[in-house]
Design a protein. Structure first.
Length: 218
């Protein structure tokens, strides 16, 4: 395994995107979704990026990249179509010990971004370690057909159930076993059938039975 999989909390942290084309747009908008403080440098912008700048969502400096653009940033993404610029960004960032990704050029990166399947807060990351994005995209397509929007609802309900379990089950092991019981129950089938109103009562009954069984086994 060449890369260590990791999720970063970038909320309110300053990040830099170099480039203003469609690829840079996609990267910048993903960072916005992660609630990062996004800074952008580029001579030109796509219309969507320009709108986000005008809305104050993204900070923008028009012009070419300079090393001072790296000041106080924690993560860098270079997404230009000029190789010399991408190399300059990568070398300057790595000289400062910063996390840097150059899109589609693993040799210039010290981290790579996976292909993502998102179902609300449920995320599935798929990576080919930079060897073949096309293979990663095929895997993404196949998994997307298996993991539908019902998993987003299951996750939200499971989070509520977990909070309830914390108040009634005193140990980590008990909570773990109960939550596994709930997730493996017919809850997902009920969601798929549109019977969402039956899921929470199911969870409550499972929890009551689990608590009672735990007390009897003491």
């Amino acid at each position: 395994m060449r890369y260590y999989p990791l999720y970063l909390d970038l909320r309110n942290r300053p990040v830099l995107v170099v480039g203003g084309g469609p690829i840079a747009e996609g990267k910048a908008l993903q960072l916005v979704e992660a609630n990062a403080e996004v800074h952008l440098v580029s001579p030109t912008l796509t219309e969507i990026l320009r709108q986000r700048v005008e809305q104050g969502v993204i900070a923008y400096r028009p012009g070419e990249f300079t090393e001072t653009d790296l000041d106080n940033k924690v993560l860098i993404i270079s997404a230009t179509n000029v190789q010399a610029v991408n190399e300059a960004v990568a070398h300057a960032a790595q000289a400062r010990g910063l996390l840097c990704n150059v899109v589609d050029q693993p040799a210039l990166c010290n981290f790579i971004t996976p292909s993502l399947i998102s179902r609300g807060d449920l995320q599935i990351a798929i990576s080919s370690s930079g060897k073949s994005p096309s293979v990663a995209q095929r895997v993404k397509r196949e998994i997307s057909e298996l993991i539908g929007p019902e998993y987003e609802m299951l996750l939200e309900i499971a989070a509520e159930v977990r909070a309830q379990a914390r108040t009634r089950l005193p140990t980590y092991e008990a909570r773990r076993d109960f939550l596994k019981l709930f997730v493996e129950s017919k809850a997902l089938d009920l969601i798929r059938l549109g019977k969402i109103e039956e899921v929470k009562p199911l969870a409550e009954n499972l929890l009551n039975d689990f608590v009672l069984t735990s007390q009897l086994n003491r």
